[in-house]
Design a protein around this ligand. Structure first.
Ligand SMILES: NC(=O)c1ccc[n+]([C@@H]2O[C@H](COP(=O)([O-])OP(=O)(O)OC[C@H]3O[C@@H](n4cnc5c(N)ncnc54)[C@H](OP(=O)(O)O)[C@@H]3O)[C@@H](O)[C@H]2O)c1
Length: 286
């Protein structure tokens, strides 16, 4: 298949480039390809003629988005609408990524695709608006909500990812304060990319929750990283209020891969296994 990958050097984008290597790939890099410039984006995509466009671009510095709602909506909503319109016109399948943060966290058991979102932050609201544009404009789309991504390339939008930050802070001997009242599912971009490869071979279009299995708090995630590395740094569990981040986040945003199971997609591994695999691939662990 001819596949264009927007944000091909990002955390998820670079794993997609590896996993999809047997396809005819068209990597698109910012700022040469900018989703917020629909005229140019359309010209490039019209020339390339992909069958599938995968959009990993996002403005996802969650706290920064609170101060920059215009930019947040420009990248996460309006640009996504424009991209969906381009895909409609060019008859291209769109794969797009959204977030567990579209939920408010009040449910306390895993959210399925049927649960009603109620975003708490500018970032989450702008991502949800992007979702709605895709669902309104296109029939042939895969819209993937995922959670707590970490991958070998590190998250470009945030400069790094949670695992690498924890390891580097510990190396510098800095104190580690980690939130212990927000429940998530850490998810490996390598494994997510693998499932995307499987999903795009189907015509089961629609909204999907795709994460590794299980759940933990960010504090428990940090503890597991160091437990696997055989280290015992002093990690202080803190609550959300004490941590004092600007944007509100759901206290529980675990997603159930309900629809993926229904269509028979390969199960994700438990998050601890995926983490171990990441630490080995990244050379932290032999
Ligand atoms: N990270 C998480 O924990 C998480 C959780 C849930 C959902 N998600 C979603 O998953 C997706 C992928 O996240 P990620 O962690 O892989 O992000 P990432 O590493 O920041 O990758 C995003 C890529 O998009 C590019 N990009 C940024 N602005 C662009 C623009 N205007 N036009 C074209 N490309 C642009 C970036 O390029 P530059 O680096 O040059 O800016 C980067 O290559 C996003 O939609 C995000 O909202 C992420």
């Amino acid at each position: 298949m001819k596949i264009a990958v927007i944000g091909a050097d990002g955390q998820l984008g670079s794993d997609l480039m590896k996993i999809l290597k047997d396809h005819e790939l068209m990597p698109l890099y910012y700022p040469t390809f900018d989703v917020t410039k629909p005229g140019e984006a359309k010209k490039i995509l019209s020339k390339l003629k992909p069958e599938i466009v995968i959009n990993t671009a996002a403005y996802h510095r969650v706290d920064e988005c609170e101060d920059n709602p215009q930019e947040s909506f420009r990248v996460n909503s309006i640009a996504v609408r424009d991209l969906a319109l381009i895909c409609l016109e060019l008859d291209v399948v769109l794969v797009h990524f959204s977030t567990d943060y579209v939920f408010d966290g009040k449910k306390k058991n895993p959210y399925t695709e049927e649960d009603v979102p109620n975003p708490l932050s500018v970032y989450a609201t702008s991502k949800l608006a992007g979702e709605y544009f895709i669902r309104n404009i296109l029939d042939r789309y895969f819209l993937i909500r995922t959670c707590g991504l970490y991958g070998e390339a590190g998250c470009w939008g945030k400069g790094t990812n949670f695992v690498d930050i924890m390891i580097s802070l510990e190396k510098k001997g800095q104190s580690l304060k980690v939130v212990n009242d927000q429940w998530v599912t850490p998810t490996s971009t390598a494994e997510l990319a693998d499932r995307i490869e499987e999903l795009i071979q189907t015509n089961h279009f629609g909204l999907y929750h795709l994460t590794n299995q299980g759940q933990c708090t960010w504090y428990e995630f940090a503890k597991e990283i160091f437990s696997l590395l055989g280290k015992k740094p002093d990690i202080v569990p803190v609550d959300t209020e004490t941590y004092g981040a600007k944007a509100l986040r759901p206290s529980y945003s675990v997603l159930e891969n309900k629809k993926a199971k229904e269509i028979g997609l390969t199960d994700f591994s438990p998050w601890k296994e995926a983490l171990k695999d990441y630490l080995i691939r990244k050379g932290y662990l032999k």
